[in-house]
Design a protein around this ligand. Structure first.
Ligand SMILES: *Cc1c(COP(=O)(O)O)cnc(C)c1O
Length: 393
């Protein structure tokens, strides 16, 4: 059989078919789907910037000045003044010599990593790294060494044993499905000891952690000539795109060699223009970061599950481990019926047997809204423990 029907049926039989919902409102904590109002705990718009009026106004102004498309790759004619200004601003904000703007975080990783490591080199990758880092390591043709999650001893042994010419350690800073922080000081120390580079993917730390939201590296006060950072602009920054920041020569090399940079049309200048305002808002968002911290504390103090397990995370990503695919998706569906949108996450996004609800908290969530989520989860947990108590069954 050459068709895909059977393959799709097999996915369905394993509870792995995914479906999209059409959202009929801007990204916010309140969403409209099929005419229904929902309270959402699913986006990575942690600071509520995605539909912030100041950013919509900046995008509109950017569109008036720059039109829609950039028309070409940055190395042909697509690199316009807003892109250049945003790169300077991002470098200054994150404390690196230079930053390079990409159209997406996925493209930044699959471009930068194969530029930094190739045949004869080795990439050392945390087992729970984001798919884009895994794909990037494969694309690089370097030997890939996957070390157990956060395990510095295992990484040290692998680095010591490696005969590779160039060594590159890659890690999520905040793990996207677990919410925990990588041991960044330890990773940098190992990079220094073993003459390796360290690339940190700060998709979920940029804008949130460190002074003024400068990111996970700033949170730990880390700086080094062998350090690179990837930050995304579609999550806390509320826009789209990403950047890689680092020492001048390494960034110049990535600009020259990253195929997803060289062969990708530049992101629209209107987006870069609006993102300049987004960085200003991030810098001044201490109050929003404090409300987010309060909501995280509220969820952890209030939920206390017995059947399920809230994973140890101090960040906005608060995963509730349920285990089975079927139970996870049933709980997600029951929450949805109650007007609460929390995504269920299944393999292959997470390891087999660790399906979970990925609760993301945002600064815009109110204490009453988090209380509503806690109450609903408590009800559903009691219902799973004692199915006959379910009303109507
Ligand atoms: C979202 C994400 C990416 C990809 O970024 P996009 O801009 O969405 O392409 C990369 N790494 C991590 C850890 C992410 O969570």
């Amino acid at each position: 059989m050459s068709g895909f029907g059977e393959a799709l049926e097999a996915l369905g039989a394993r509870g792995l078919l995914r479906r999209r919902r059409v959202v009929d409102s801007p990204c916010a904590t309140r969403l409209v789907v099929d005419g229904r109002a929902l309270l959402a705990f699913c986006s990575n718009d942690y600071l509520g910037l995605a539909s912030h009026p100041a950013l919509a106004a900046a995008a509109a102004e950017g569109a008036r000045r720059w039109g829609l498309g950039a028309g070409a790759s940055p190395l042909i004619s697509g690199h316009q003044s807003p892109h250049a200004a945003l790169e300077r601003r991002l470098a200054e904000f994150t404390g690196f010599e230079r930053a390079l703007l990409f159209s997406a975080g996925y493209l930044a990783n699959i471009g930068a990593i194969p530029a930094l490591a190739g045949r004869g080199d080795a990439v050392f990758s945390d087992r729970l790294n984001h798919a884009s880092l895994i794909d990037a390591a494969r694309l690089s043709r370097a030997e890939t060494v996957v070390y157990p999650h956060g395990d510095l001893d295992a990484l040290a042994a692998a680095l010591a044993a490696s005969p590779a010419r160039r060594k590159l350690i890659v890690s999520d800073a905040v793990f996207s499905m677990d919410g925990d922080l990588a041991p960044l000081p330890g990773l940098l120390e190992l990079a220094e000891r073993h003459d390796a580079w360290l690339l940190v993917d700060d998709a979920h730390g940029f804008g949130l952690l460190g002074p003024q939201g400068r990111g996970s590296l700033a949170h730990f006060g880390l700086a080094s000539p062998r350090l690179l950072m990837m930050g995304t602009l579609g999550k806390a920054a509320g826009g789209a795109g990403a950047f890689v920041a680092g020492p001048d020569e390494a960034i110049e090399w990535i600009l020259q060699r990253a195929r997803s940079y060289v062969f990708n049309t530049a992101e629209p200048a209107l987006v870069a223009h609006a993102l300049l305002t987004a960085i200003d808002l991030i810098e001044r968002a201490d109050e929003a970061r404090a409300s987010l911290a309060a909501r995280i504390a509220q969820l952890q103090a209030g939920l206390r599950p017995r059947r399920w397990r809230l994973l140890p995370s101090a960040t906005a990503i608060q995963p509730l481990l349920i285990g089975g695919n079927e139970e996870t998706m049933t709980v997600a569906a029951r929450l949805f019926e109650r007007g609460l949108w929390v995504p269920g996450i299944r393999p292959p996004t997470v390891p087999e047997g660790t399906a979970r609800l990925r609760i993301t908290l945002c600064a815009a969530h109110g204490a009453d809204e988090v209380a509503r989520l806690i109450a609903a989860l408590k009800d559903l947990e009691a219902e799973r423990d004692n199915p006959s108590a379910r009303p109507g069954s």
